[in-house]
Design a protein. Structure first.
Length: 242
């Protein structure tokens, strides 16, 4: 300690990362290996909310990512204490919890309740303080945006991480439209005025560059499957063009 993500977040420059959805240490290492310090990822989001990764993959993925000098951050499916413990026991440098404040999505709503009642796992906050864990919470609902100042002030939360896709769906607004952008800017401002870091999921390098210029501290540049699919289809189209 400090971890790669902590070192990166302590600098004025942006902390770049990518989304790992495949349960493959080989994919993670292949992407991370041999990159120049000037174009280096400092974190990888291991997505155990969506995709095929489950807790029995954590140990191998965490080690593969950490061995390449990046920080593994696990997005756990729900802010349940036992899920957080498993991620930490397997060596994650950070955890990310999803949030939702709409009643109709009961399962995710319960995750949000844990955070809002401030009962959310004491173990995480305690271990966070002791071990330098990075704790990110996802803001991806109208309720999350409306309560952002309260959420930002929760001790132990380091990063407010916007999920723009879910946010637009939950708010029932167009992605990239005025209301969506206003919500994103509100989260960014609230994070900074509470002395926290602001992060956002981006779909490609151009999207990420725009968010960096807005002052985001942490951006993901793409996903493993997103890149695989786009690259492969691009080559197929080139091969097939007359
Ligand atoms: C979102 O954009 O909603 C995310 O959570 C990223 O997968």
């Amino acid at each position: 300690f400090p971890t790669s993500i902590q070192k990166s977040l302590a600098q004025p420059s942006t902390a770049y990362g990518f989304w790992l959805t495949l349960p493959s240490a080989t994919v993670a290492k292949t992407i991370l290996h041999g990159t120049k310090p000037s174009t280096k990822f400092s974190w990888v989001l291991i997505d155990a909310e969506h995709g095929l990764i489950s807790d029995h993959h954590y140990y191998e993925l965490n080690n593969a990512i950490a061995s390449e000098g990046a920080s593994p951050i696990i997005r756990i499916p729900c802010a349940e204490e036992w899920m957080i413990k498993r991620a930490l026991d397997a060596g994650a440098h950070g955890i990310m919890t999803t949030m939702c404040h709409t009643e109709e999505r009961v399962g995710m709503g319960q995750c949000g309740r844990l955070i809002h009642s401030r009962e959310w796992p004491v173990v995480t906050i305690m271990r966070g303080i002791q071990s330098g864990l990075t704790v990110a919470v996802q803001i991806e609902s109208r309720g999350g945006v409306e309560n952002i100042e309260k959420i930002a002030s929760v001790e132990g939360v380091n990063v407010l991480f916007i999920g723009p896709c879910d946010l637009s769906k939950q708010m029932n607004v167009t992605r990239g439209g005025d209301e969506h952008e206003a919500a994103i800017q509100r989260v960014l401002a609230a994070a900074h005025s509470a002395g926290k870091k602001a992060a956002i999921f981006c779909t490609d390098g151009d999207d990420a560059r725009r968010r960096v210029s807005q002052g985001f501290d942490m951006v993901s540049v793409n996903t493993d499957v997103g890149v695989l699919k786009a690259e492969m289809m691009g080559h197929l189209q080139k091969a097939n063009s007359s």
